[in-house]
Design a protein around this ligand. Structure first.
Ligand code: RUB
Length: 321
């Protein structure tokens, strides 16, 4: 390729694809930081160091490499768009500075948004509540941790989240926050809902109709929570809003490798059967009680208003060739 991205970009892309870096917010900030690294590397010698057009092309190529890692979390393209739309200047030095500054501003905003939404989500939790979690969401954890900071006593039932068991990460984080944790297998969720006051999940994308795209199993959990009369909230910063759904696009659900589901020996034994491994599902808005953002909480059906305000009708792709 004409503009092979710098090593830090290729490394970050690899870490996102293999899920060493995972979770929508963490992916977004790693991608923004990788663009800053690319800007530094491209300004630091070679043809891109003296040619503004070549510098811009190398930034777009880096963004495309990062974009292609995983399809579902919209925070990734939203992060790339945020940084590239702020790339400006007639010389490489200015261009570099604009990218590094935008990347820093994006990461700071992300951190602040998470803190702000944590306080909003915490207000939905009462002293003595037991929460149930699914997967590992830093936005969902922010709500529980903020409730603890407010002096509320919270305990948690944590779903292990097959096949990759991100629930273990959640369990450790909550334990470190002083929250008593009970870890369960996913299929035990409905049984434990009777002991739960609130379900708290995150999101990889939120569609214009209020549908919540999150780790596979979220939609079943939401239906069960409704049936048991347990409220469920999605904690999601506004970079999880999926602008293209405003114009009728759907959110691509990532299908991952079957080796995450079944080990090679068992695969061999089981033979001629199909194995599928969708990583995410869609929870219809009617099964979600609230979407908690840094701008306050919204009924899922009204999230489209916020989406229009923040992203307008179009979602340009500034990384296009
Ligand atoms: C992670 C997942 C998380 C969201 C939100 O899936 O579904 O709930 O990404 O996380 P995976 P956060 O492990 O496949 O990336 O609130 O940290 O953005």
């Amino acid at each position: 390729p004409e503009h092979e991205p710098a090593v830090p970009v290729r490394e970050t892309a690899e870490e996102i694809a293999t899920m060493e870096i995972r979770g929508a917010a963490t992916i977004a900030s790693a991608a923004a930081e990788a663009l800053a690294e690319q800007a530094r590397a491209a300004a630091d010698g070679g043809p891109t160091a003296s040619d503004p057009a070549a510098f811009r092309a190398s930034m777009r190529a880096a963004a495309r490499t990062l974009r292609e890692t995983r399809p579902t979390a919209v925070s990734l393209p939203n992060a790339l768009r945020y940084v590239l739309q702020r790339m400006e200047g007639d010389d490489v030095d200015r261009l570099r500075r604009s990218v590094v500054d935008a990347s820093g501003a994006f990461v700071r905003q992300l951190d602040r948004a998470q803190e702000d939404l944590g306080r909003v989500g915490a207000n939905r939790l009462a002293d003595g509540d037991t929460v149930m979690t699914h997967c590992h969401s830093t936005d969902a954890l922010a709500c529980i941790e903020a409730a603890v900071d407010q002096g509320k006593s919270i305990s948690a039932v944590v779903k292990e989240t097959r096949p990759r068991q991100q629930g273990h990460i959640t369990a450790e984080a909550l334990r470190d926050a002083g929250v008593p944790v009970t870890l369960i297998v996913d299929s035990a969720a409905r049984r434990y809902l009777d002991e739960v006051d609130h379900v708290v999940v995150g999101a990889d994308s939120i569609a214009a109709d209020g549908g919540v795209i999150n780790k596979i199993g979220t939609s079943g959990l939401a239906v069960n929570a409704r049936e048991r009369g347990v409220p469920i909230m999605t904690a999601a910063q506004t970079i999880k809003l999926h602008p293209e759904t405003l114009t009728g696009h759907t959110v691509e659900i990532e299908m991952r490798d079957e080796t995450e589901v079944i080990d090679p020996e068992a695969r061999e034994e089981i033979g001629e059967v199909a194995v599928e491994n969708p990583a995410f599902d869609v929870t219809p808005p009617r099964y979600m009680d609230a979407i908690v953002t840094e701008q306050g909480q919204f009924p899922p059906e009204s999230i489209v208003t916020l989406m229009r305000e923040l992203f307008g009708e179009g979602a340009a792709e500034p990384w296009a060739e």
